[in-house]
Design a protein around this ligand. Structure first.
Ligand code: NAD
Ligand code: MLT
Length: 536
């Protein structure tokens, strides 16, 4: 495995990468240089400077994972990566405390006018009487965004005896209340706060969220701080607000364009600018390098990374429980399509028993990866399968049911456009088992080469097929039969040590009473279908 690192990464993370792969470090290559290099690597690790755009991704023929040592993935075209089945991982929590501490520092610097105090004292002045500040104790802090950083800022501000309110339409009032924070509307937070601190991601919805209208809702004595992402505060509007005393001041660690080019903005006396330093602490850089390196190696080795950007996130204990079911789901999808050769346009996935209480999105994408991967020459895997299914117009629904009568925990796929087509599987003693196929009850371990047929139940049929395969020196490792009634239609699965060639398969199809026969091939049990890396 080869990993390319294009920006400085702390030693802790580098060591993890080097223990597991061949690592090359090329710091800040030009985009042409990077496009020339990328084709021979399996993973790319970047910070915020390397632009992982669509053009680069088109050259990244072997890349399976892009790791971002930090939180924001604004420099990565996640959609383009997803289309190519490339997992994007980041290190979202390792630097949260550093950013929260920087935010608190900015609150205190502004309250006590330390920025001006330091500058004037260094300039030989003694501004003791003109630089009176105020205490933050008892003042109102208004958070815009109550995620990882926002919550840490809140708890530190409470340590300073500030009162805290927040606007975050995507978090629950209960969660906020449990930390003693009142959730209010956007305008209410703006109007009540002495300090507004911004902690949302930059999205279509948050771009320009703080514009002149919003700034005018703030108290004229209030300050605003953005250590999140440039662009959430409209910089032209902020310049107007600061230069006309609509608000008292602002502190920005992040800018619409970085390095910041707007010299007028930076020069404003009531603006405190810093060069995107939020995560620049020894501890944060060690922590994100460790997190991203582990996530990259996990993804490369087919394990669920702890911080996937374009795969559903599962906490570690959840991931451990679901791992065998994810493998089962992918094998079921692959088995079904190889057996039926059709899927229609609707798929209903039912998750029974314990699975009905879990986050099953990873199972659905694994099922779709198995199903679509077998019939497409595109590199379909668990990362992009849901997107491909959507593009193909497949309507996929998930049903969470209680306990099934047959097995305590079961995954079932129904294909309403394909008659009675269905497939169910479960895990028995740690192994993926097929337990229902097109309504026939079976019990087959989902691995290896299998001849699957539908035939008319009659004496001697199994012997005839055994004889045909025996003459061709093909060994049968197991046989499974299912039927509804004697003399009716019957399904048979034969485990084979070798695959059938086309002529032999045609001979099998010509046996009297045979309705349909197909080969199904699945990886051995110790080989994962995971991400289909080998097929790309
Ligand atoms: P997070 O995902 O944990 O939290 C973001 C919160 O914003 C979530 O609770 C979400 O519900 C909320 N949110 C989303 N849209 C919103 C909207 N329209 N209005 C109000 N709330 C909304 O993210 P985080 O780890 O706390 O990071 C917060 C920000 O800090 C991000 O922009 C991140 O990129 C940035 N960051 C900056 C630095 C730095 O060096 N300055 C370092 C790390 C993170
Ligand atoms: C992040 O997104 O983690 C921060 O902005 C810090 C960085 O740029 O790495």
């Amino acid at each position: 495995m080869r990993i390319l690192v294009t920006e400085p990464l702390e030693k802790t993370g580098m060591e993890i990468l080097q223990r597991n792969a061949q690592v090359d470090v090329v710091i800040n290559p030009s985009s042409e240089e990077l496009q020339g290099l990328i084709g021979s690597y399996d993973a790319l690790v970047v910070r915020s400077r390397t632009q992982v755009n669509r053009a680069l991704i088109e050259h990244a023929e072997n890349i399976k994972v892009v790791g971002r040592a930090g939180t924001g993935v604004d420099n990565i075209d996640v959609d383009a990566a997803t289309e190519r089945g490339i997992i994007v991982v980041n290190a979202p929590s390792g630097n949260s405390n550093a950013v929260a501490e920087e935010t608190i520092a900015m609150i205190l610097i502004q309250a006590r006018r330390l920025y001006q105090a330091i500058a004037t004292t260094k300039a030989g002045k003694w501004e003791k009487s003109s630089l009176q500040g105020f205490e933050v104790k008892g003042k109102m802090l208004g958070l815009i965004g109550l995620g990882r950083v926002g919550s840490l800022v809140a708890s530190k501000a409470k340590g300073l005896e500030m009162r805290v309110i927040a606007f975050d339409p995507y978090t629950s009032p209960e969660r906020a209340a449990s930390s003693g924070i009142e959730l209010l509307g956007f305008n209410e937070v703006l109007a009540q706060a002495d300090f507004i601190t911004v902690h949302t991601p930059l999205t279509a919805e948050t771009k320009g969220l703080i514009n002149l209208n919003a700034l005018r809702r703030m108290k004229p004595s209030a300050f605003i701080i953005n250590c999140a992402r440039g662009g959430i505060i409209n910089e032209s509007d902020l310049k107007i607000a600061l230069s006309t005393n609509v608000i008292a001041g602002a502190a920005l660690d992040v800018f619409e364009v970085e390095p910041v080019r707007d010299t007028e903005l930076v020069a404003l006396p009531n603006l405190l600018p810093t060069p995107h330093l939020g995560a620049s602490t020894i501890e944060a850089q060690e922590s994100v390098s460790l997190d991203v390196a582990q996530a990259v190696i996990d993804a490369l080795e087919g394990r669920m990374p702890s911080s996937p950007v374009n795969l559903p996130y599962l906490p570690p204990n959840e991931a451990a429980f679901l791992a065998p079911y994810i493998d089962l789901a992918e094998r079921l999808g692959s088995f079904f399509i190889q057996w039926r050769g059709e899927m229609g346009s609707r798929i209903e996935l039912t998750y029974d028993g314990e699975l009905s209480t879990r986050d099953v999105r990873g199972l659905t994408s694994a099922f779709l990866a198995g199903l679509l991967g077998a019939v497409s020459d595109a590199p379909i895997n668990r990362v992009n399968a849901t997107m491909y299914a959507r593009q193909r117009g497949l309507i996929v629904s998930e049903v969470k049911a209680g306990n099934s009568k047959l097995h305590h925990t079961m995954i079932t796929a129904h294909f309403p456009d394909c008659g009675a087509a269905n497939i169910s599987g479960t895990i028995i003693q740690g192994e993926p088992h097929l337990v229902i196929l097109d309504s026939y009850r079976l019990d087959t371990v989902l691995q290896g080469s299998m001849l699957v047929d539908l035939h008319h139940d009659r004496p001697g049929f199994v012997g005839a097929i055994g004889q045909l395969l025996g003459q061709a020196n093909v060994n049968i490792s197991f046989a499974q039969l299912g039927r509804f009634s004697q003399g009716g239609q019957s399904i048979m699965i034969l485990g084979l040590d070798d695959e059938l060639n086309h002529t032999l398969l045609e001979d099998v199809r010509q046996l009297p009473g045979m309705e349909r026969a197909r080969m199904v091939k699945l990886p051995a049990l110790n080989e994962s279908l995971a991400y289909n890396w080998d097929e790309e």
